[in-house]
Design a protein around this ligand. Structure first.
Ligand code: ZN
Length: 309
């Protein structure tokens, strides 16, 4: 059981303006800023991590806010919809709240689950889905109490020209099972964990390729317990004939990246060491944390990062 993929670890997307992104997620949606750091490959850009109180894998949505990057297009080859689980009965609260912030919502139902869908300020497509029993510890704010707070991910939806090659990666390598299919929509699930354990696929051979910029997904990361198991998955991906990176130290987890045949960038990431490795739980997200290779030029980096207040 323990050496399996434990659902989603995090999802990373692209934004334009850093302050607008930060304010929307922490103030309007009320998720916790769990880590404020920089893009390790581009340290003049922030990397924000939003999640629940403990920064539990499966609740973490992260952003690279690249000012002036321009608008991306959602389309095939991308994770196009990010689904958060909310408690049953809370969709009314969210419809009213989002309306107050001039965010248009639409009601929908997918695989029998009630949801609202809307776009974040950059056009990233979010879904709040009434999920069954979900006991994850939430982050609350003055305005968003426990009964309405976001639980973390329910699912993520990939839009693909052809579902089969990607389904094969999910089932044969990552240990998911095909659970449902309605028309051109597929759902795979893993029983290795109870939450953030679903991936949906929309198959549409006519849909134009997505363009990766603001308002689109950068990659999705699957979760494993530690870096020993991570390296077992590296062998499995290689054995399937796909290319994959060496192990990369992301300070808060260890990672591997590979592109699945449908074009979506997949990552596998570990629980260890976690977000409390460099600041205590009650201070998560309050300090600008830099990887050690940039600590020597902190002043310079702080000078070029966009203003957040
Ligand atoms: Zn990642």
């Amino acid at each position: 059981m323990e050496n399996r993929i434990l659902g989603l670890h995090h999802i990373t997307a692209i934004a334009n303006n850093a302050k607008r992104n930060l304010d929307f997620y922490t103030q309007v949606l009320g998720v916790r800023l769990v880590k404020k750091t920089v893009n390790f490959d581009d340290p003049g850009t922030y990397h924000f991590y939003f999640g629940n109180e403990n920064g539990t894998p499966g609740t973490i949505l992260t952003f690279f806010p690249w000012e002036g990057i321009g608008q991306g297009t959602n389309g095939s080859g991308l994770a196009t919809h990010i689904g958060y689980a909310v408690q049953k009965g809370s969709l009314e609260f969210w419809k009213k709240r989002l309306d107050q912030f001039n965010v248009k919502t639409q009601e929908n139902e997918i695989f029998g689950e009630k949801m609202i869908r809307f776009n974040d300020p950059d056009g990233l497509q979010l879904q709040f889905i009434e999920a069954p029993e979900d006991n994850r510890k939430v982050w609350t704010t003055e305005e968003i109490k426990e009964e309405n707070a976001l639980k973390g991910f329910h699912n993520v939806t990939l839009t693909l020209r052809k579902a089969d090659p990607t389904l094969k990666v999910l089932t044969d390598i990552l240990g998911y099972d095909l659970q449902k299919q309605e028309g051109n929509r597929f759902r795979v699930a893993t029983d290795a964990i109870e939450t953030a354990n679903l991936v949906d696929i929309i198959e549409d051979s006519t849909i134009p390729a997505g363009r990766n910029a603001a308002g689109t997904n950068h990659h999705i990361a699957f979760r494993v317990k530690d870096d020993t198991i991570l390296m077992e998955y590296r062998e499995k991906v290689l054995a399937a004939g796909l290319s994959i990176t060496p192990k990369i130290d992301r300070d808060y987890f260890y990672s591997l990246y590979f592109r699945e045949p449908g074009g979506v960038l997949f990552e596998i990431a570990t629980d260890n060491p976690g977000f409390t490795v460099d600041e205590p739980l009650n201070e998560l997200g309050t300090h600008l944390k830099l990887p050690k290779q940039y600590e020597g030029v902190r002043g310079k980096i702080e000078g070029v990062l966009p203003k957040l207040s």
